[in-house]
Design a protein around this ligand. Structure first.
Ligand code: AFP
Length: 335
C-alpha cells in the first residue's frame, strides 16, 4: 500500500507551479529528473567500465565506447533539446554554446550545466554530481544567442543539482525555497525527502583543499586559520573534491566551501556560469550566501561561458567573514 503522503517530483512540480506559468520551466525540470535517472543508472555501473565498456542501452550514437562525462552530456542535451522549451544550452563538456537545432521548436529558456562535476573521482567510487542553472532568454523573438547565455546569476529562474551518492538526490530551487528529492531505485521515482532546506544556524564544517593553504595570500591564510580556531561553533574540516558533494553536506549540516584564487590558479578552478552561480542561487534560497571574496557571485556577469571564479559559499556569516578578511588586505588580518 502506498502512503498518501508520498509526493513525487512530478506532483511537487505541478503543485508548486504558479497559476500563470505555462509549464515550460516545470517541463525542463522534469526532463532533468528523467536525465538524472538515466545517469544514475549508468554511474552505478561505473566500476564495471573497464570490464563492460559503455555500449549502453541508451546508445544514442550507437557506436563507440564513451566516457561517463561525455555520456552524461549527451543524455542531457538529447533529452532537452527537442522539448521546445529551450533556445540555447551551455555545457562544461563543449567549447561553444549549444544552439537548438533548427528542426526543433525553440522555447524561452537557456539551460547551463556541468554534466558530471567531480568526474576525476569516478574511478574511486566517490560521490559526483550534475549542476544546472536555467535562465530566461533576453529576447523571445530570437532563437538563442551567446548573450542570452552570458547572464549574471541574479537572473537565474531556477538552479539545482543531482548528487550521485549513497542515494541519488535531485535538489532544486525555482525561487521559492530549496527542495530535495531522493530517488527510490525500486520505483524509479524521485520522492520529496527534504522540503524547504535551510542552512542550519550553527555550522559544522569547512571545506577547502588544505594542500594549497600555505600558497595562498595572507588574508586567505588568516581566514582559514580563523575557521580552524573557531571555538563556538567548533568546525570540522571535510573536503570531498566534488563540489556538489561538499556543498550538499554543508547545506544539510552547515558550513562553508571555498576554492579561492592561488598563485597557480589566479581565478580559482570553479566555473562561474554553470557551477558557482547555480550553487550561489541555491545557497541564497537556503539562507546562505556565495561570494568571490569581494561580491556576491550572483552579481557577476560572465564575459565568456567557461570563465572561472574564486568561490566561498555556505552559511552567510562564514562567507561574509571571508569577505571581511579579504577586504582588509594584507594590512589588518583581524577584521
Ligand atoms: P573534476 O570534475 O575535474 O573532478 O573537478 C571537480 C572540481 O571542479 C570541484 O568539483 C571540486 O571541488 C574541485 O574541482 C576539486 O579540485 P582540487 O582537486 O584542486 O581540490
Amino acid at each position: 500500500m502506498i502512503d498518501s503522503k508520498i509526493i513525487t517530483i512530478e506532483r511537487f512540480l505541478l503543485d508548486t507551479q504558479p497559476h500563470y506559468a505555462r509549464g515550460e520551466l516545470t517541463g525542463i525540470l522534469y526532463d532533468l529528473a528523467l536525465a538524472a535517472k538515466i545517469i544514475a543508472a549508468q554511474t552505478r555501473r561505473a566500476g564495471l567500465l573497464g570490464i563492460l565498456g559503455f555500449t549502453d542501452n541508451i546508445n544514442i550514437q550507437g557506436e563507440e565506447q564513451r566516457k561517463l562525462d561525455i555520456f552524461t552530456d549527451d543524455v542531457i542535451v538529447r533529452l532537452t533539446q527537442r522539448s521546445g522549451r529551450l533556445c540555447a544550452m551551455v555545457s562544461e563538456e563543449r567549447e561553444d554554446w549549444i544552439p537548438i537545432p533548427s528542426q526543433y521548436e525553440k522555447g524561452s529558456y537557456i539551460l547551463v550545466f556541468d554534466p558530471l562535476d567531480g568526474s576525476s573521482n569516478i574511478d574511486t567510487n566517490i560521490s559526483i554530481g550534475t549542476i544546472f542553472g536555467i535562465y530566461r532568454t533576453l529576447d523571445e523573438s530570437k532563437r538563442g544567442r551567446l548573450e542570452d547565455c552570458l547572464q549574471p546569476g541574479k537572473n537565474l529562474v531556477s538552479a539545482g543539482y543531482i548528487l550521485y551518492g549513497t542515494s541519488t538526490m535531485m535538489v532544486y530551487s525555482a525561487g521559492n525555497g530549496v527542495h530535495g528529492f531522493t530517488l527510490d531505485p525500486s520505483w524509479g521515482e524521485f520522492i520529496l525527502s527534504h522540503e524547504n532546506i535551510r542552512f542550519p544556524d550553527v555550522p559544522a564544517y569547512f571545506s577547502f583543499n588544505h594542500a594549497i593553504t600555505n600558497r595562498l595570500s595572507q588574508p586567505l591564510i588568516a581566514f582559514i586559520d580563523w575557521l580552524q580556531n573557531l571555538q563556538s561553533p567548533l568546525l570540522t574540516h571535510r573536503y570531498v573534491g566534488s563540489m556538489v558533494a561538499d556543498f550538499h553536506r554543508n547545506l544539510i549540516h552547515g558550513g562553508v566551501f571555498g576554492y579561492p584564487s592561488s598563485p597557480t590558479k589566479p581565478d580559482g578552478k570553479i566555473r562561474l556560469l554553470y557551477e558557482a552561480a547555480p550553487l550561489a542561487f541555491l545557497a541564497e534560497q537556503a539562507g546562505g550566501y556565495g561570494s568571490n571574496g569581494q561580491q556576491s557571485l550572483l552579481e557577476i556577469k560572465p564575459t565568456s561561458i567557461h570563465q572561472r571564479v574564486p568561490v566561498f559559499i555556505g552559511n552567510r556569516f562564514l562567507v561574509e567573514k571571508a569577505q571581511a578578511f579579504l577586504s582588509n588586505g594584507e594590512q589588518n588580518l583581524t577584521p
